[in-house]
Every structure is written in C-alpha cells, then in structure tokens.
Design a binder for this molecule. Sequence first.
Ligand code: XUL
Ligand code: CO
Length: 440
Amino acid sequence: MSEIFAGIPEIKFEGKDSKNPLAFKYYDPKKVIMGKTMEEHLPFAMAWWHNLGANGVDMFGRGTADKSFGASTEGTMEHAKAKVDAGFEFMKKLGIKYFCFHDVDLVPEADDINETNRRLDEISDYILEKMKGTDIKCLWGTANMFSNPRFMAGAGSTCSADVFCFAAAQVKKALDITVKLGGRGYVFWGGREGYETLLNTDVKFEQENIAKLMHLAVDYGRSIGFTGDFYIEPKPKEPMKHQYDFDAATAIGFLRQYGLDKDFKMNIEANHATLAQHTFQHELRISAINGMLGSIDANQGDPLLGWDTDEFPCNVYDATMAMYEVLKAGGLTGGFNFDSKNRRPSYTYEDMFYAFILGMDTFALGLIKAAEMIEDGRIDDFIKERYSSFESGIGKKIRDDAVSLKELSDYALNMKAPALPISGKQEYLESIVNNVLFNN
Ligand code: XUL
Ligand code: CO
C-alpha cells in the first residue's frame, strides 16, 4: 500500500524555538510533568468523521478538501478502506494512540441495516488488522442516531416504537464494534434527543425512553464484556432547538434520576459548553466534583458565532484552565478527542497535520502551565484562606453538622453584625495566571 500523506514525515518534538511547521513545539510525549508523561496525561484521539470524512462542505457550498484518499469512487467499501489506511498513516505520523468513530463514519450506510452491519464487520476486521503491531486503539465509539431521516423525531426519544428498535439495533452494533476494537468508552450524543415545540412533545415520556435505551445499552455492553465508561456528551442546542442533555449539571441530574450514574460519566466538549453559555472550565468542574469527568472533545468555538464551529483549539488560556481542572481531578479515564475540523479554505493534507500540531501543542502548553499554576501554590493557598472561617469555631461546627438553626441564630444575634467576608481578590488571582503563563 502506498503512502497517502507523501512527503509528510513523522512529526517530532523540536522545542519552542523550532520554526519547522511540521514539528511539535511543546508536545514532548515522554516529558514528565507531575509524575506522569505528557502522553499519559494527554491521550489524544482522532475523530474519524472530521479528519477522514469532513471535506469542508457547508450550507452554502460544496466541499473544498479531497478526502477520497486515492479511492476511485467515494461512498464505497473501497473508500471506507482507503479512509482506514489514511487514518492509520495519519495517527502513526503524529503519534496519536486513539480514534473515535460513529458507525456510519466507518462505512457507507446501506438501505438495509443488515447490509450496513455486514459492512461494519468487514471494516472492523480490516481495522483490527491495521491495529496489529501498533499501540493504536479505539477511545470510544458511538452510533449516529441523528443523520438518517428515520431519526427526525429523535432516537431514544422518538414517537415511533419501530424507530426506537432501529436505535437499539445501531447502539448494539456500535457497542459490538467498540468492544472489538478495544474501546475505552461508549458515547451518547443526543443530537436529535430534544424538541422543537412543546405543543407536540411529551417530555416526561421521551426522557423515560431515552433512559430505557441507555439501561438496555448498559446491560448489553456489560454482557459482552465492556468494562469501560458510558458517556453523555451534553449540548444545549443544534440541531434541535432544545436538547435534553443541555449541560453537565442537567445530564448528571438525569443520570441520577434514572439510576444510570454508576455506569455513565460526561464527555465534555468545549464548544458545547460555550453554546450553553458556560465556560469549558465550568463544565469540567461540575463534572469533576460529581465524580463524572470522563472524557473531553477538544475543540473551541468562536465567541462571535452562536453555533458549533468545531475549531481546533488554539486558546492557551482556556486550555490551561481545562488542564487545571483535569489535573485537579486526577486525570481522565477517557481522553482528548479532537472533535474539530479544518476551516474550509485550509483544504490540503498539510493543513490536516498543522491542525493536529496546533491542537496537541495547545493542550501540551495548557498542561505545562496548569502544572505550574498548581506548583506555584498561590491560588490554592488563597482558596484555602478564603474558606478558613469554616476550619474552627462555629464554622467547623457547621461543616460537622454539629449545630442547629437556632444555635446559629443565637450566635448571629450575639454578634449583632458580622465582619465582611475577606476580599475575593479576583484581579490578584488573574495576575498570577498571567504571571505563570508569560513567565518565560
Ligand atoms: C456534535 C458532536 C458529535 C459527538 C459524537 O456536536 O460533538 O460529533 O461528539 O456524536
Ligand atoms: Co463532540
């Protein structure tokens, strides 16, 4: 098999002074930070759909990038295999150890689901063969339950029992393939699980059915030996006006309500956080404090646009805050999937590599700087000081549940008026972050 990305070498770490566009400036896989190597901290993944599928097509124009990878006709099994060849060459050249897929990213969908499943068997055998002798594995798999017209009214939340069965069939097959390819996780992104108007929607019924589908998936997954995490990927809108998995807090509440919280965690996507009018850091913190930070879809949006632009991350400030949360949470059980695509005019093979170099270097820098923030200690010291009134006296009694409302009231009445809380010192803390970020 001939080289697809001819002329593009293995991408190596050359350090911050390198001007080589095809080299890492910050991502040094074997460098140890806070007791772990960079590649252990940052299990990067390639998103099959964007990297091997998306060709720049948008609502106003045709694709700009050629993603045939040498296949004579697109949308064939020949093309599906060419995508596998391209994907593995790409991952090897970048040192990426994981990939993520939807069922219909791997093969063209047939009119008969039995034929689609046969194609999935064939392509997953081909992928397994490619995996041999490499340490590349699946990070997570998922079923695309939003593109086919049958899912126009949802998948788990559909009004049609027959469509619900098709959703079940796709989830079953996607789980089979995920397990076959050694997947760490399985994702539910509910693109059509929501509504356009409450006039035609039984919200309670739909949410109960989504939970049923998830329970059935957990039971089946465990029965075929899947020991990884299931993930919900929250997103508030797009394509639906309102999606049930609005944000991490909403999704966590849903999982607890329906008894799914032991098997599920969050897959947090940066651009989805901003669509919910949260910061990426907020979504990571909410997931982490609930023991549900599982995996990350690494991208960024454009603050001037209200939709999911899926850009490769370049914002080091945001990446630092994200890695600060990940380090504080003790790492991810999942990884960092670049659910990101090249901009439409960046259509060449080189651009595909530049995009990943950018994303990987951004998170590597974020990791370096987040570790420095933690090792610097000033922020942690301040937070400890800020809440220190709860470490002794009446504050400790509150924390220990050792006091009644009346006793607290008596304490307050005796005091007449409390001292003001200590200053929040936001500007001081922000200057520490800048100091850490730009100290060399
Ligand atoms: C859509 C999105 C999906 C999920 C997987 O916004 O992020 O690609 O990551 O279905
Ligand atoms: Co995503």
